[in-house]
Design a protein around this ligand. Sequence first.
Ligand code: ATP
Ligand code: MG
Ligand code: MG
Length: 605
Amino acid sequence: SPARPSNFLRQAIERDLAAGTYAQRRWGGGAGDAAFHAQGELDPAAVRLRFPPEPNGYLHIGHAKSICLNFGLARDYGGLCHMRFDDTNPEKEDDEYVRAILRDVRWLGFDWASSASRGGENLYFASDYFDLMHRAAVHLIRLGLAYVDEQSADDMRRQRGDFATPGTDSPFRGRSVDENLARFAAMKAGGLPDGAAVLRAKIDMASPNMNLRDPAIYRIRHTAHHRTGDAWCIYPMYTFAHPIEDALERISHSICTLEFEDQRPFYDWLLEQLSRPVEGQALLAAPLPRQYEFARLNLTHVVTSKRKLLQMVQQGVVSGWDDPRLPTIAGLRRRGYTAASLQLMAERTGASKANAWNDYSVLDIALRDDLDAKADRAVAILQPLELVLDNWADVFGSDSHREPCAAPLHPHHPERGQRPFTLGPRVWIELDDFAAVPSKGFFRLFPPHTDAAGQAKPGSKVRLKYGYVIECTGFEAGADGQPVRVHAHVVPDTKSGTPGADSVKVKGVVTWLGQHEAVAAEVRLFDHLFLEEQPSLDGDDWMQHVNPQSLQRVQAFVSPDLVAAPPLAHWQFERHGYFVSDERDHSAATPVFNRVTALKEAKGK
Ligand code: ATP
Ligand code: MG
Ligand code: MG
């Protein structure tokens, strides 16, 4: 594998590959296996992972980490990663989410469709296994390891006990196999209302692991499912469904987040029982998948809970799932983060066994590292101030004269060529490139003035970048005293790239756009949606913590070559940072650009 830092997951995979743990694997070892795998030829020896989201919302930055981890390990070890929807919870799931998730995973750069010799698509839905899951439940009943409990949810909760107290057996725990089969069939037939009964695994009501105190494995929900419609009114619990999905797909390494560590004993227990024969037939065959847990990604200043993201979308705190301030993959893409930058973030934050927080800046640093070499340079003026070159006609003969200029598309890659533009007598500069009275160390535009010591000082000379040296001669102020127009003279024969360019030394360089060619554009600037590093989300009022200044729209000017670009094109706007044309709103008629991130971290952050 490439030179990537090792971690406990890589070590587990390398150990299994060296020991040949999965080399002896054959398809069709169990009855469930055979039924499922009738559909394709699969290479039994390959390392096999999966990314298993529930289609109940859009994916977020935490999922991006899990996608990069699972698909990345499969890639590095010549294996496969399945794309699987864990759709066992019909109330909250939707096809819209399925489509959005597939799009996001593909955009991140991963592909579940492999060559036909390796089994084709590798796109799976847990709901496709409802028959097999039902058979697995019946299998457990036949083994005497599951029973239908018809108590109230409250009674069952009371009987569970706690860490210090063993649980109490349900009065239904001693039912016979035949009675359980009959009652489970009644649940499935639809005669019982939601909540009237659950099927529970029969394990150990005194176990110190609460998850082994006869957990529920099937419940009644008279709810249509986004794929199976009304075919079922009983649905498997996630903890029961997930190990079966892994086993049926012959997953070798089932990677999840640390919260599931306490579920691992049930995962192993269940698969072992389903490998035991009933009347000579087992559902699954060894080697079975194994679960590994890693620490979830926690990023400062963002919320990574689908439930909370959904609330913000529903209450209109943001414009939708792809609002550029959200840490959803759709939002990050629209904001301008690249797939490569998210992959870098995932790699740099590593896979560990200890929960920790990562600073949000890890994302911005990755973005800059990705785009510094890739993004063309361009100019935008975000706070425009008019500059008039009053001697233009004297120097060039007419106010309608245009001086051709050129800048490299990328300063370190001259082979990429140049962008041409022209200078005229009226240009836009940035408001903060001018000071009526300069403070110490200010080297950009200032007019003739009297300094603090009463000395008369000349106006500054600066270079209009890739253009001429100019000398500031004065300015006009509005009623509020703020500058509205700056006046200057062109210094002849000082054009960049000509022999006279260095004849006048200047300390300041100013970016600019000719008014005759600048195009008005909306530029969106963002701040964190939550100013707190670890947003306090416990109370009902957590949405009060949303930063009201997280979106700022400014009327800016950009160079004309930018507006014809398609959505999601990236640039570095000189001095301002990395920008992207908005995925949804940008067009040549209404240009809209988002700032992904500034060129450097703001001080004090
Ligand atoms: P949420 O809590 O936001 O609803 P989830 O874990 O319930 O997230 P799933 O759709 O079940 O969402 O997640 C799919 C996969 O993504 C799981 O394997 C899960 O472990 C992983 N995942 C989710 N959040 C993170 C995170 N913050 N860091 C790393 N992996 C994550
Ligand atoms: Mg989950
Ligand atoms: Mg969830």
